[in-house]
Every structure is written in C-alpha cells, then in structure tokens.
Design a protein around this ligand. Structure first.
Ligand SMILES: [Zn+2]
Length: 300
C-alpha cells in the first residue's frame, strides 16, 4: 500500500514474521528497494506491480539494502523479468550479494570455525532462497541521490552495522526514512508479537552511529523490513529501544568476561540466556557478541 506520496510498502510473509519491499514511484523513474526471497518477485512483487498497472520491465533501478537472504534472494528472478533495471547496492556488501556461496559461508556460517553455526537444514533453506547468483551494476558508497521526478529526489544513505554495507533511503519530501534492517530494536518479532530473531550487527560503533544518524533525521515516518510502519513518536521509541539493546548487550559481555566466560560460543550462549533466549537464528547473535568482544578485548 502507498504509505507516503509515491512510497509503497509491499508486505508478505517470512515464516511467521512479516517482510517488506518498497517501491518508489515518481513521474520519471520507478525504484524498487529489495527483492525478497527467491520466489518473492513472482509471488508478491509482480502481482503488486500489476495492481498498479505496472510491469517489472518498467522498473528503472533496483536498490538492494544489504546482503541478506530475505533482501536479495529475488535478484536473479527479477533480473530476468526486468532486464532494463540497473541493480545497485553498497560496495561493501557487493561480494556477498553477487555470490550465494560467499554469502552462505561468510555471512551465515562463519561461526563454524568457532564450533557452532546454523543447522544443515537452515543452510539448505538459505541457499535455496538466495535464488542463484546475479551481478550488480553499480556499487555505491554514501550520499547518492536518485531523481524520481522533476521535483522529487531521494537520498541513499550508508547505514552500517547490521552489515558493513547496509544502505537506506531518505525522502526529504515526506520525511520518510526507509531503514530496512539497519536498526533492529531487540530483534525481529513474529506477527503475534513474540521476539524471534536477535539483532545481528558486525560493527558496534557503526551500528550506534546509524541509530544516531536516523534519530537526527527526525523522520515523520520510519519504515523497516520486519515491523509495521512507525510514526514520528513511534520512531523515537524504536530508535531509543535499539540503542538500549546495544548498551544492554555490552554490559552482558563485560559481565561475561569478568566472570571468566571465554570463547565465542559460550559467550553467545550466555548472552542469549541473559536476553531471554531467541528461538530462531540464535547463532546470528554471535556476530553482535563478537563485535562487543572486539571492543573489550582489543588485539584478539
Ligand atoms: Zn531482513
């Protein structure tokens, strides 16, 4: 549905959670932000476009917010349906977005060298939903603008943390921040409101800066991939809770270190237990724990 002038939020299911892609429709240009899982283009995006009397070959730019299976898994399928579209992501996430094999080993199963990681079943699901390799045309850094029409441009912003190359979009016209997964609060909830998946970030300081940067934008509308839209007040609360989580996890890691817990697996288990246990993708918490450990055990 259209949530701000020209900005459409396309919602579908990700297991028991929700997930969204976004469509920016201007007089001159149409931009899709994210492609979902492997089947999302045919099952969700194309029908949505059809409801607006648009077709995928009318897409001009396909922006990929970051390297994760539920955000770029539809790239190969959409590339075939939208041959005219230019695919764009941040340079730092490009390797993973372009290669399913690198994404699986470096983003999802790097924990294996510490003696844990996702199950074989989870890895198989990820590989299927990554949908096959597809190239990216343009790798961005920070601060690009995209002209959508004669009086409407949006800004692509670098929001690192969740991945090092996460990008979002700022629309100054409606004061909408499309942050996707760049800010994660306490994690991802299912539709019934149960906390399922931990916040994963690779860089604590980058993630903190991202939260501050979004807060400084003072958005009237904040759009994420896995939550309902937030108005100005809702956005402030969401951003504050996100920052609070970072401080809480930092304290847990410090406490773990001082009580002699060593090793990434034990520290991740300790943090998961202290945070109340995440039933899905708990291994993802290891990245955030590792990032906090790096702050307190420099040189290791
Ligand atoms: Zn996501």
């Amino acid at each position: 549905m259209e949530v701000a002038p020209g900005i459409h939020r396309i919602e579908s299911d990700l297991g028991t959670r929700l997930m969204c892609q976004f469509l920016l429709v201007g007089d001159e240009r149409t931009v899709l932000l994210d492609t979902g899982l492997s089947v999302t283009p045919s099952a969700v995006i194309v029908p949505y476009l059809a409801s607006m009397e648009c077709r995928p070959d009318g897409l001009d730019v396909i922006l990929i917010s970051h390297a994760d299976v539920d955000h770029c898994g539809g790239n190969k399928a959409l590339r075939e349906m939208a041959p005219r579209a230019v695919f764009v992501c941040h340079e730092l996430d490009r390797r993973w977005i372009e290669s399913n094999r690198l994404m699986l080993s470096e983003n999802y199963s790097w924990q294996e060298k510490y003696g844990f990681g996702p199950s074989d079943e989870a890895k198989e699901w990820i590989l299927t939903e990554l949908g096959g390799d597809a190239p990216i045309e343009i790798g961005l850094l920070d601060g690009a603008t995209i002209r959508l029409g004669p009086t409407w441009s949006v800004e692509v912003m670098h929001f690192p943390g969740h991945t090092l190359g996460h990008i979002g979009v700022w629309d100054p016209r409606s004061r909408t921040a499309l942050v996707v997964d760049a800010v994660l609060e306490r994690g991802a909830y299912d539709r019934a409101g149960e906390l399922l998946v931990p916040p994963r970030y690779y860089d604590v300081n980058g993630y903190r800066e991202t939260i501050k940067r979004v807060r400084d934008l003072r958005p009237d509308l904040l759009l994420t991939a896995h939550n309902p839209p937030f108005d100005a007040e809702g956005a402030r609360g969401f951003l504050d809770r996100s920052m609070k989580f970072v401080e809480t996890l930092d304290q847990i890691v410090v406490e773990g270190l001082s009580s002699g817990i060593s090793g990434l697996k034990d520290m991740t288990d300790f943090a998961d237990m202290r945070l109340g246990h995440y039933p899905e993708f708990a291994t993802e918490l290891a990245a955030s724990v590792r990032a906090h450990l790096a702050l307190h055990t420099p040189g290791q």
